[in-house]
Design a protein around this ligand. Structure first.
Ligand code: NAD
Length: 261
């Protein structure tokens, strides 16, 4: 329970990796603010489940990560209730798969806004209170696509490379403030985001579902296994420990060897 009396805000945490981060941080005693879209009853079950399972406070913000004013309001509300956000996890993300010349302009704008700019808006809003406390952890979810590309994912790859650069820059700016800033770069993790891109990839590459899983998704992952959300969340918890206080400005791969190739 080394995070007792800390507060974590995790964007995009109503499912997948984000929910695993929220639960893992709560398991160490942190109060959490979850955020994201989905069925209201299902979200309430997740929120109440965190409180019940870990005896912490869990709040939900419906802020849309495409909207800077809603992001600022989410941070302000969390600070009003908890004093400061000690751990900010910028995780919300979406995907769209299409050849660049057919890539819908509004999808490009959405992906850049949610996967990249929302991290800027949340960090910008949360940093002053973190600096005042002299302790903080900012953890951004990047991707193996922060290091390498795949065809038909121009917006996602651009946003994730951007996250790696943003992570380095902020880490340098706050290096003497007791705040570390890192990104985690998972390979393929089995979550709704991956499941949802299978039909588009089937269409773009004219493949069956099995072919997409084995010949596209896991083709790049030498272990031939999906990363699990629990593994990603465990790395985030480690980044919050004192042992990790000298790790800053990095984008840490957890990709079954993908970017070693
Ligand atoms: P997911 O679809 O399960 O979760 C995405 C979360 O973001 C959900 O809670 C969703 O409601 C939320 N979200 C989407 N749009 C939003 C918006 N406008 N405002 C607020 N919340 C919004 O996906 P996931 O796989 O858990 O992805 C989480 C992060 O991990 C993303 O940044 C993704 O790029 C990254 N990632 C995923 C994988 C993978 O293989 N699944 C690999 C590398 C990186």
């Amino acid at each position: 329970m080394f995070l007792k009396d800390r507060t974590a805000l995790v964007t995009g945490s109503t499912s997948g990796i984000g929910l695993a981060y929220a639960r893992a941080l709560a398991a160490e005693g942190a109060n959490v603010v979850i955020n994201g879209f989905g069925d209201a009853d299902a979200i309430e079950r997740e929120r109440a489940g965190i409180e019940k399972d870990f005896k912490v406070k869990a709040r939900y913000s419906a802020a849309n990560m495409m909207k800077p004013d809603e992001i600022a309001a989410m941070v302000a509300e969390a600070e009003k209730e908890f004093g400061a956000i000690d751990i900010l996890v910028n995780n919300a993300g979406i995907q769209h798969v299409a050849p660049v010349e057919e890539f819908p302009i509004e999808k490009w704008d959405q992906i850049i806004a949610i996967n990249l700019s929302s991290a800027f808006h949340a960090t910008r809003a949360a940093l002053p209170k973190m600096k005042a406390k002299g302790w903080g952890r900012i953890i951004n979810t990047a991707s193996a696509h922060a290091f390498v590309a795949s065809p038909f994912k121009s917006a996602y790859v651009a946003a994730k490379h951007g996250i790696a650069g943003f992570t380095k820059t902020v880490a340098l700016e706050v290096a003497t403030n007791g705040i570390t800033v890192n990104a985690i770069a998972p390979g393929y993790v089995w979550t709704p985001l991956v499941e949802k891109q299978i039909p588009d990839t089937m269409k773009a590459r004219n493949m069956t579902k099995e072919q997409v899983i084995n010949d596209v998704l896991l083709l790049a992952q030498p272990t031939k296994e999906f990363v699990t959300v629990e593994q990603v969340a465990a790395l985030a918890v480690f980044l919050c420990t004192d042992a990790a206080k000298s790790i800053t400005g990095t984008t840490l791969p957890m990709d079954g060897g993908w970017t070693a190739a």
